[in-house]
Design a protein around this ligand. Sequence first.
Ligand SMILES: Nc1ncnc2c1ncn2[C@@H]1O[C@H](COP(=O)(O)OP(=O)(O)OP(=O)(O)O)[C@@H](O)[C@H]1O
Ligand SMILES: [Mg+2]
Length: 256
Amino acid sequence: MNAPDSVAILEVENLAYSYGARRAVDGLSFEVRRGECFGFLGPNGAGKTTALSCIIGLLEGWSGVLRFDGVERRPGRDPALRARIGYVPQELALYEELSARENLAFFGRIQGLEGAELAGAVDRSLAIAGLGDRARDRVEGFSGGMKRRLNLAAAELHSPELLLLDEPTAGVDPQSRNHLFEALSTLLAEGRTLIYTTHYMEEAERLCDRVLILNDGRAAACGTHQELAAQAGVPDADLERVFLELTGRSLRDEAA
Ligand SMILES: Nc1ncnc2c1ncn2[C@@H]1O[C@H](COP(=O)(O)OP(=O)(O)OP(=O)(O)O)[C@@H](O)[C@H]1O
Ligand SMILES: [Mg+2]
């Protein structure tokens, strides 16, 4: 755990977004403090990816207020803001036929890096992802864990202050997961802020300072593990039990 200060880097007020008639995010409010690891948890279909997509600017047409570092987010593309936020998408976004280094160089150029600055950022990110010795290999030969690590490297290449991570450890083995954890701990120690989405409650318990539990597009609860346990009426329970108390035990088997 690090020591986040109390200044909000991101403020979300009454965020709402609908896909046609389907309301995916429904009046969501929370704030993330600079330097913290903020867990963003919820069952399948709760609206996590949708909310993150609104924050990063992949989805337009949302309502509510998004404030980054005290400045209200304008609708439409906002390159200045994008330079300060990184996004690790839930689906891998890599070019299989390119090497790890070529992938990172490509994403770095999109972020406006070039020359020695780009080369330095690529080397640093490869090291953080533990892929320094595989830099020249094509991604198509990588394991799932290596691809996830490269996905993280691509998102943090431009040293963003805030990193949104949408299930960065989905389907990876314990070794890669451990490496990803170490990489995220390094970023936190550097003072970066993380929003961390996962279905693995023990990960959130280990990494996150505070968590928000999203259910049906709304915040069911937000606070430290201990605060949520008290709120759910199960003090001393682990986060998995707290999560089930706050979101119910019914299955969320809608079609994706
Ligand atoms: N492109 C889309 N078109 C229509 N509906 C969508 C689309 N993407 C998501 N939805 C719906 O919006 C709701 C929220 O989905 P979202 O992907 O944000 O949830 P999530 O919390 O990220 O779920 P998961 O844990 O499965 O990743 C769900 O009901 C989903 O079916
Ligand atoms: Mg999702």
